[in-house]
Design a protein around this ligand. Structure first.
Ligand code: PLP
Length: 442
């Protein structure tokens, strides 16, 4: 096939993409048998590799019985079972909760935005119609999710269409902590930025604050400083605003616990998950709704206008259910933290002294290497170098799938634009062997 004439839009935009033909374990091959080690699970998606027999069997079985029955007419067994399983693993406050199943992380973020608005309508506070999200955040590509996002260049082309969202600072000690500032002091300062944003919205005006628990593609597997999220929860509670945890990338075991926020000792009001939920076998996402929010919806008008043709898709939910059952049956969560430590050690061993490596960070099997022009000053390579694209191309040429992103951008308090180093994300499958982890690092 002549790729330069491909009618598929993403190949129209990049004709160099090879045609993926087969997946086996952590490898992807093309028709000629050329193989790539998938060290990032695409975009932190394929947590079980590419052809897990248990998941394939469950999908075949469900497809043979029922793939789809419109959610306006029918419930279906896989979505009921999956919702129960997810809620059972969520915090105590999700007892009596509910789950919405959609197709992508962006759709789920849109639904979370609407759910937050609808909650306040149901409880008689229609004035809570504003949101707060963080600088440099990425929450998806649809207009609502993009409005929550904090990337100046991603937002710019769509600016007149985006809702106005008050901005809190990112929690990114590596770049934003001051010289000599302790982790505790930085956590308190970063969290205080949420208070300022809530104040800017006005008392009783914020529906919800949205944040990624561990920032993925935007900041490169950057966990918040210890104590930050506990303070965030207190600030949201004092204001009344709901807290939406975007765990699209960092959730579903990627950081070593089902939900990354478990390690922060907090419970959100809405949890958004996607990528690892379907693990690439199925395009599926979910919003987990706490008992308080679901209770208000049940008692209220139940007018959440958020129908999507494929929501609660039986085959997608059966695939996701099999992913979750596989993680449990094979005790894969127990592998994530030690394998992640192995990857971290391998990266530090190979790259720790490299003058173009500014930082190696992450949690569990969610790791990033930040690339800089000068590690002493932390100066990034110029954006015009297109380093992330070049790293992706070099990786592919060498048989490695990693997930590079351009460095996050922000505006300094004095108004000057700033940028951190480009990074590449590694998010290997939970089934990886130590040898495959070492090979990825090499
Ligand atoms: N939220 C986060 C944290 C993400 O990383 C992404 C995608 O990378 C999204 C939302 C959007 O998900 P999707 O690309 O499935 O729409």
């Amino acid at each position: 096939m002549n790729a330069s004439l491909s009618p598929v839009m993403h190949r129209v935009l990049d004709a160099s993409l090879p045609l993926a033909e087969a997946g086996e374990g952590v490898w992807i091959a093309d028709a000629s048998g050329r193989r790539w080690l998938d060290a990032s699970g695409g975009a932190a998606v394929s947590c079980l590799g590419h052809n897990h027999p248990r998941v394939l069997e469950a999908i075949r079985d469900q497809a043979g019985r029922l793939a789809y029955a419109h959610s306006g007419f029918f419930a279906n067994a896989p979505s009921e079972a999956l919702a129960e399983k997810l809620l059972a693993r969520a915090p105590e406050t999700f007892r009596g909760g509910a789950v919405l199943f959609l197709g992508s992380g962006s759709e789920a973020m849109e639904a979370a935005i609407k759910l937050a608005r609808q909650y306040w309508l149901e409880v008689g506070e229609p004035g809570r119609d504003r949101f707060v999200a963080r600088d440099m955040a990425y929450h998806g590509n649809t207009l609502g999710a993009l409005a929550l996002g904090g990337h100046p260049s991603r937002r710019a082309p769509y600016a007149p269409l985006l809702m106005d969202v008050a901005r809190a600072p990112a929690a990114f000690a590596h770049r934003l902590a001051r010289a000599g500032e302790t982790e505790t002091a930085y956590a308190a300062r970063a969290a205080a930025g949420l208070q300022a944003a809530l104040d800017a919205n006005g008392p009783g005006r914020t529906a919800a604050f949205a944040a990624e628990t561990v920032s993925g593609a935007s900041l490169g597997a950057a966990p918040a400083p210890a104590g930050y999220f506990a303070r965030i929860r207190e600030i949201c509670d004092a204001d009344g605003a709901l807290f939406i945890a975007d765990e699209v990338m960092c959730g579903m075991g990627r950081c070593g616990t089902y939900f990354a926020f478990e390690q922060e000792g907090v419970a959100p009001d809405l949890i958004v998950i996607a990528k690892g939920l379907g693990a690439g076998f199925m395009p599926v996402s979910a919003v987990l709704v706490s008992g308080r929010v679901a209770g208000a919806m049940r008692a209220g008008s139940a007018r959440l206008a958020n129908g999507h043709t494929y929501m609660s898709h039986a085959l997608a939910c059966a695939g996701a259910l099999a992913v979750l059952e596989t993680i449990e049956a094979e005790d894969l969560l127990a592998r994530v933290t030690p394998l992640g430590a192995h990857l971290d050690a391998a990266l530090r061993d190979l790259l720790g002294e490299d003058r173009n490596v500014g930082d190696i960070r992450g949690r569990g099997l969610f790791r990033a290497v930040e690339l800089v022009a000068d590690r002493d000053t932390g100066a990034p390579f110029p954006a015009s170098d297109g380093l992330a694209d070049r790293v992706r191309a070099e990786g592919m040429a060498g048989g490695l799938i990693c997930y590079p992103s351009p460095g996050a951008e922000w505006i300094e308090p004095d108004g000057t634009p700033a940028r951190c180093g480009d990074h590449l994300l590694l998010a290997p499958a939970f089934i990886s062997t130590e040898a495959e982890i070492e090979q990825a690092a090499e």
